[in-house]
Design a protein around this ligand. Structure first.
Ligand code: N01
Length: 552
């Protein structure tokens, strides 16, 4: 056991092997990047008794569920989309491609769970049916669908930013008699498209990753598109051995750079667009397009996500690229995005636009030709009937706040989170909620979450949460809770940062606009590096914005 552990110092501490016991220091919900690190940190670094739960049959979270063909990390990945806290872990894992596949991320997380012996403290295939705070005991009690009751002083919710699959509620969709799969709930057994006519609804990251792969195998693919998208070439390629060893050698400085630069170690351009002529700018865009990945977005000129004119120019550049790639002018016209570049989640593609040059792929623009009905074997739109054998829903998620709302913990006075978040999903620092003492979220609404490298973000949030727990323990306190005032100020700060950009001008899942009836509220803190500095400042200021209770 580590010297700095707090083993058996908080009420209810148990041996982690005592499976029949129902009292722990902490409960962790979720076994994805956030939950696995939380278990490791709390148990192995702090010596607490911890029980983790996941409804899935294995580790992985997002990567357990999103197994659709072509699924890959949609941000700069190998080797940055990985834990960074352990040099040994960095040294021993062999990443093979620059854009990591779902299978590779899942294999990595399985290795992580084995290497740190996490599985013995995770209960899989177990849904949390209720989570309730007991004010007198200053503890959380959870109930599972397997009929267990477990209590703990702390509830760590690592329930995933993109977990609650959104299925469109087209009337009559259930009339379709063929197989229907949502990309976010993809079957574990192989799905064959061979000889099939496949309809795909949705052209976000998931649809754009899946469509080229499905088209290679299917007899025919009909894509039902509501909003055309900007997608940048991922330029995935094998990671060279010397690149990997260089990363390992420089890991400490790269990690520092990731922390300082919004999650990735890349320098972003500080060059102003006015310093270059239109021809020079065009040449720069071309170079960054060739380079691939997110470089066009972060390395062209300062202010792409703020300055409408500059954004228009970059948008038009990408539209030109689509025109160049897609041969059929009518299809190309339908594929023209018309929102501000980057204000929906940027997509990194592997031959998406080229796929429309295949003879077996057709595009239906739902804005011109909306879906009217489903039959046993077709999708009927205003202008035609599209015969299909299989339907793929790539229709996204009730993102970020959706998984906490689904969990619906009950805080002080039995207040359900769904009620508290009926109109706004307010948090303090994206990690705590007023009225829900001793509950902490990883990647909750109002934290950098999807705008930062998620594994690194989870590590840093969890380390801060661990410090909160240590502070309570060292000060003989039983509970901490953020105040409504602190939440209101935080909400204002998150909104102000987003309002300074072009993001709020677009209907996107960042704004909750993809879910009918969801409050319009920007989901995350856009300045990741500053956010983590704020966490430290709050702690140094005696946990400003929190109230504490003595142990009862
Ligand atoms: O979901 P999306 P996604 N009728 O919400 C359309 C992450 N991700 O699963 O744009 C017709 O982006 C919807 O249309 P519109 C990544 O962060 C991560 O693709 O709302 N269409 C859109 O085209 C990503 O951003 C990885 O008009 C309907 C699509 O469905 C996030 O997941 C890999 C519709 C949904 O796009 C979500 O991506 C892949 C309807 N009723 C994805 N409802 C990793 O790296 C929705 N649509 C982990």
């Amino acid at each position: 056991m580590k010297e700095d552990t707090m083993a058996n110092t908080t009420r209810g501490a148990q041996s982690s092997d005592a499976r029949a016991e129902s009292e722990y220091d902490a409960i962790v919900i979720g076994a994805g990047f956030g939950g696995l690190y939380a278990l490791h940190h709390l148990r192995d670094k702090m010596g607490l008794s911890v029980r983790a739960f996941d409804g899935a049959g294995g580790v992985g979270g997002t990567w357990w569920y999103n197994r659709y063909p072509g699924a890959r990390v949609d941000a700069p990945s190998s080797p940055f989309y990985a834990y960074t806290f352990s040099q040994e872990l960095v040294n021993e894992w062999e990443w093979t491609e620059t854009q990591t596949s779902q299978a590779a991320v899942l294999a990595y997380l399985e290795h992580f769970a084995d290497r740190f012996d996490l599985r013995r403290d995770i209960q899989f295939d177990t849904w949390i049916s209720d989570a309730r705070y007991d004010e007198n005991a200053q503890r959380w009690t959870i109930e599972t669908d397997t009929g267990e009751r477990v209590t703990a002083q702390f509830l760590i919710c690592a329930v995933g930013a993109l977990f609650v699959a959104h299925k469109p509620n087209y009337p009559g969709i259930e009339a379709f008699a063929g197989d229907c799969h949502h990309t976010g709930r993809w079957p574990h057994e192989p799905v064959s498209f061979s000889g099939k006519r496949v309809g795909v609804i949705g052209t976000g990251s998931s649809g754009i990753q899946a469509i080229p792969e499905i088209a290679k195998e299917a007899e025919h693919v009909t894509v039902f598109q509501r909003t055309p998208q900007y997608a940048l070439p991922a330029r995935n390629r094998p990671l060279r051995a010397e690149e990997l060893s260089q990363y390992r050698e420089d890991w400490a400085s790269l990690r520092a750079s990731m922390c300082a630069r919004g999650g990735w170690p890349f320098k972003t351009s500080r060059r102003s667009a006015s310093e270059d002529s239109p021809e020079q700018r065009r040449a720069r865009y071309e170079e960054l397009w060739e380079q691939g990945g997110i470089h066009l977005a972060i390395n062209s000129y300062v202010g792409v996500m703020v300055d409408k004119d500059l954004n228009d120019e970059v948008s038009e550049f990408v539209r030109d690229k689509i025109r160049e790639i897609v041969r059929d002018p009518e299809t190309s016209r339908k594929l023209m995005p018309d929102y501000y570049f980057g204000t929906k989640r940027l997509i990194l593609d592997n031959g998406y636009f080229e796929t429309y040059n295949r003879k077996n792929v057709a595009l239906v623009d739902l804005r011109e030709d909306p879906i009217e009905a489903f039959t046993r074997s077709s999708v009927r739109t205003q202008n035609g009937e599209h015969e299909i054998d299989m339907l793929v829903l790539a229709t996204g998620f009730d993102a970020v706040s959706g998984s906490m709302r689904k969990l619906n913990p009950k805080g002080r006075g039995g207040m359900p989170l769904q009620e508290k978040w009926d109109e706004r999903f307010d948090t303090y620092l994206g990690t705590t909620i007023a009225g829900f003492p001793n509950l902490f979220m990883i990647h909750g609404p109002g934290s950098p979450g999807v705008f930062f490298t998620m594994p690194l973000g989870a590590e840093r949030q969890m380390e801060w949460i661990g410090n909160c727990i240590r502070h309570l323990h060292d000060s003989g306190l039983g509970a901490m809770e953020s105040t409504p005032d602190a939440e209101a100020l935080w909400d204002k700060e998150v909104k102000q940062i987003a309002d300074h950009t072009l993001y709020p001008l677009t209907d996107s899942w960042y704004m909750g606009a993809n879910i009918p009836g969801k409050p319009r509220q920007f989901v995350g803190h856009l300045r990741g590096s500053q956010y983590f500095e704020r966490l430290v400042e709050v702690a140094e200021a005696g946990y400003e914005g929190f109230v504490f209770e003595e142990v009862r």
